[in-house]
Each structure stands twice: as structure tokens, then as C-alpha cells.
Design a protein around this ligand. Structure first.
Ligand SMILES: [Cu+2]
Length: 165
């Protein structure tokens, strides 16, 4: 069906333009205050003012005697539980590439720090919107994959029913 192919091409070009291919930006988390539990930075507000894309890089700067960076899943973020992190960073100047779509949750693993606000949720909301749009229509993300890198799919989030229809 030519119309469907055309629509898919348009959608994939949109994704390429808006989600996959963009100037890679480097963000220092918390700007000059860095990654801290001292309350100088509202990380929710900080993240809300950014427009993250796949390929962007986060830099966490902190004193590694007092802090670390734990990438966690959503429950760990909500409950400030760092006991089973996806990744742990302890250098004090840690670079994390946003290679996938979706949420990236980071908390400090030192006692009380996450509760004090040393936690951040990074998201590219427009790409999530596109993903949901395509999932609802049962489209496969093959072209998405080719634009955003081999491992950039949130495969765990793809519903088998959507893929096979
Ligand atoms: Cu800390």
C-alpha cells in the first residue's frame, strides 16, 4: 500500500529529525553546582528545562568521597533504593551517554542523599510520544533501530501483540 509506505517514510524521517539524529549535546548535571545533596539544585526543575535527545551526554561532577551515581529502575528511583542498580559510577566526573530512548533514573547511593533530593529523572518526552504513537498502530521499529543505533530500542517495552499485527 503506497499510502502506508509513504506514511511510514514520513514518520521515520520525523523520528530521524527529532529523535535520532541531532547535534549531540553535553549536559553537566546541576550545571556549576554539580551532583550534590546540599539542596542548591532542584534536579527535577533542572531536567525539565532541557530537551534531551538520543546521543546526548550527561556529566556528573561531584566529590566521590561523599557521593556516587547509581542508575536505577523506576521503583528504585521512587523509593530511593540503590541496592540493585543498573549501573554504578564512582569516579566523581562521570560521563553517561543517553544511548536509549525513555527514562534514565539516577540517584546518589549514600544514605539520605536521594531522600534529600539527589535524584534525577532524564527523559526525551517527544520520542516517547512517537514511540507510543507507533505502538498503538502496531508498527515495527526496524527503521527506528537503523536511525538510532543497534541497541537503542526499549525492547522490554515493545508489546509482542503490537509487533505481530
Ligand atoms: Cu550524595
Amino acid at each position: 500500500m503506497a499510502n502506508l509506505r509513504t506514511s511510514m517514510l514520513v514518520v521515520s524521517l520525523l523520528m530521524m529529525a527529532l529523535c535520532g539524529v541531532s547535534m549531540a549535546a553535553v549536559y553537566q548535571v546541576g550545571d556549576s553546582a554539580g551532583w550534590t545533596s546540599m539542596g542548591q539544585v532542584d534536579y527535577h526543575d533542572w531536567a525539565a528545562t532541557k530537551n534531551f535527545h538520543v546521543g546526548d551526554t550527561l556529566v556528573f561532577n561531584y566529590n566521590n568521597q561523599f557521593h556516587n551515581v547509581k542508575q536505577v529502575a523506576h521503583p528504585g528511583f521512587e523509593s530511593c533504593n540503590a541496592t540493585s542498580p543498573i549501573a554504578t559510577y564512582t569516579n566523581g566526573s562521570d560521563t553517561v551517554a543517553l544511548e536509549k530512548l525513555g527514562h534514565f533514573y539516577f540517584i546518589c547511593g549514600y544514605p539520605g542523599h536521594c531522600q534529600a533530593g539527589q535524584k534525577i529523572d532524564i527523559l526525551n518526552p517527544f520520542c516517547i510520544y512517537i514511540e507510543n504513537f507507533l505502538q498503538r498502530r502496531g508498527l515495527i521499529f526496524v527503521f527506528f533501530k537503523s536511525f538510532t543505533g543497534a541497541n537503542s530500542l526499549r525492547t522490554a517495552d515493545l508489546k509482542p501483540a503490537a509487533v505481530s499485527s
